[in-house]
Design a protein around this ligand. Structure first.
Ligand SMILES: [Zn+2]
Length: 238
């Protein structure tokens, strides 16, 4: 079973993974029509390598109208969300479980900023790449095998993303799918701090400043006063 319809959740899912996200104006309305079902992610490089690469992805080229991918991944690990609908990124090719020569209607494209001729992949960008892919695949209920390099999918001689070992990449993605990196377990200490703050108006031990909206009383003192006013047995204002 796959996700059906447009990935309206892209910004939320990436943010929940702890990733930096820029939502481009109008991304929720941008695309070449609606998705059928989403079965995976295709990884690309932009072939530019600079801070303006996203403009071609969003607006397209003279021979191919944008958007050319849903996501752009900057070299500092920030994801730009460009479009929610179908984008022209896959071209012709095949992958088990995907319809041949029709991946645009079934995959999310990520264009990572890299010149594709040997420019390095900063660790922060590569890390965000894997975590972003993992977050998407987890959301659509797919495994790391549905994270595919454009060069693996394409029958048109594509080379992207150049310089990334996809088997190692997928091993890390598989681990990340099972271990969300954004979700940090809440500790007992954090719960106690929250409770103390709720009751006393301060998270600091030994401080009982009370709440402005309760006339400077703590929650317990305010409750006691209300009970006394109502004549409830045993309630006694301090
Ligand atoms: Zn590509």
């Amino acid at each position: 079973m796959a996700w059906t319809g447009d990935p309206v959740w892209l910004a939320d899912v990436l943010r929940a993974e702890g990733l930096k996200v820029i939502e481009h104006d109008g991304w929720r309305d941008r695309g070449h029509g609606d998705f059928l079902d989403i079965r995976g992610v295709i990884c690309h490089h932009t072939a530019g390598g600079g801070p303006n690469d996203w403009k071609i992805v969003q607006y397209g080229r003279s021979d191919l109208p944008g958007p050319l991918a849903q996501l752009v991944l900057e070299r500092d690990g920030t994801f730009r969300i460009v479009a929610v609908g179908v984008c022209w990124h896959a071209g012709r090719g095949s992958h088990p479980g995907w319809p041949t020569n029709n991946a645009n209607f079934h995959t999310i494209g990520i264009e990572a900023v890299n010149n594709g001729t040997g420019q390095d992949w900063p660790a922060v960008q590569l890390d965000a790449y894997k975590r972003g892919v993992a977050a998407i695949l987890r959301k659509i209920g797919r495994g790391a095998n549905d994270c595919v390099a454009h060069r693996e999918y394409s029958s048109e001689g594509k080379i992207d993303p150049f310089g990334i070992d996809m088997d190692a990449f997928r091993r890390d993605v598989a681990h990340l799918i099972a271990n969300p990196s954004g979700a940090k377990p809440v500790t007992d200490t954090e719960i106690l701090r929250d409770l103390r703050a709720q009751l006393t108006g301060s998270a600091d031990p030994g401080k009982y400043p009370g709440w402005k909206q309760l006339g400077g009383r703590t929650v317990v003192d305010a409750l006691a006063l209300i009970g006394e006013k109502l004549g409830i047995e045993g309630f006694k204002a301090p």
